[in-house]
Design a protein around this ligand. Structure first.
Ligand SMILES: NC(=O)c1ccc[n+]([C@@H]2O[C@H](COP(=O)([O-])OP(=O)(O)OC[C@H]3O[C@@H](n4cnc5c(N)ncnc54)[C@H](OP(=O)(O)O)[C@@H]3O)[C@@H](O)[C@H]2O)c1
Length: 267
């Protein structure tokens, strides 16, 4: 597995992480504990969970067990207010059975008003700052499906890491968000890498690892998907062959980013 250093944070994360969004969904993921344990064996040391994923947190905590302190766990809160976010942090710590979380994100900034509210006085951000002062969380990040909202948030606060959708077809973050993050040493983590299975995983992850990103968090629901994803992280280099480039061009001509449901979320 290859690793890249989160610049400001100084932690070397596996280029393939584990998106834990579906771990707690038993209709989709039949062997969630085995997925976490196998991910550790493959060298994955970055795990993306969230307060809103409820049971995923508990399963992740169980699966990590004694390895918890050598990996990097990101969680997140959808809370708008300081008091609600503080409650979510306490619940996340309990479910994960840990005394600190490496990074806590403001989860899913929705629109400009939401940014103002959650970063404003008595907003959720202030619970994260307090928790960081108390050592309950170590770093603060933000996530959104919209690059421009992450840029807005970065203008207002010194977030250390972001999570944004990007893939072969959807490249908006490369225009302004990622250059800004690289310039400021902000960690870049990527969701929707395989567009919910619409893209061939091996090629989609390989393409992404040619981009200036730190880690990708595909939401594998089976051991086979996990293995396929982690094998890409083992490649010595991620250069694309002519035939892979041709396949990418064909995909781009066939699938438009507007066809992804999250692309049309209001903002
Ligand atoms: N911050 C946010 O707002 C936010 C929102 C969404 C997700 N996330 C994070 O991102 C993670 C990834 O989820 P995503 O929504 O970005 O979707 P994704 O990783 O692009 O797609 C995951 C889905 O694609 C299918 N798939 C097919 N081959 C796969 C492979 N080799 N590896 C992984 N998945 C494969 C699976 O569906 P089948 O089960 O049908 O095969 C799986 O459920 C989540 O677990 C979560 O950690 C964050």
């Amino acid at each position: 597995m290859q690793y890249r250093e989160l610049d400001k944070i100084g932690f070397k994360v596996s280029v393939i992480g584990l998106g834990c969004g579906f771990l707690g969904d038993s209709s989709k993921t039949k062997q969630p504990l085995e997925i976490v344990r196998k991910a550790l064996k493959y060298g994955v040391n970055y795990f993306d969970t969230a307060h809103a994923y409820t049971d995923s947190d508990t399963i992740l905590g169980q699966g990590l067990g004694a390895d918890r302190r050598r990996v990097f766990v990101s969680s997140k809160t959808l809370a708008k207010t300081k008091s609600e976010a503080a409650k979510h942090i306490r619940e996340s710590l309990n479910r994960l059975k840990t005394d600190y979380i490496d990074n806590y994100f403001l989860h899913g900034l929705e629109d400009k008003r939401d940014v103002e509210k959650r970063l404003g006085s008595r907003g959720a951000l202030y619970a994260l700052i307090e928790a960081r002062d108390q050592g309950l969380i170590r770093h603060i990040g933000c996530t959104s499906h919209h690059s421009e909202l992450l840029i807005k948030a970065l203008e207002k606060f010194d977030f250390e890491i972001v999570l944004v959708p990007m893939n072969i077809v959807e490249r908006e973050p490369l225009k302004a968000l990622i250059p800004l993050c690289r310039d400021r040493g902000v960690g870049v983590t990527i969701m929707k890498p395989v567009a919910w299975g619409a893209l061939p995983a091996r090629l989609a992850l390989k393409w992404l690892l040619n981009q200036p990103v730190d880690t990708i968090v595909p939401g594998a629901t089976t051991l086979e998907q996990l293995e396929e994803d982690c094998l890409v992280g083992d490649y010595e280099n991620f250069s694309l062959t002519d035939s892979e480039q041709k396949e990418i061009n064909e995909i781009i001509s066939r699938i438009k980013p507007e066809s992804f449901w999250w692309h049309n979320l209001e903002k």
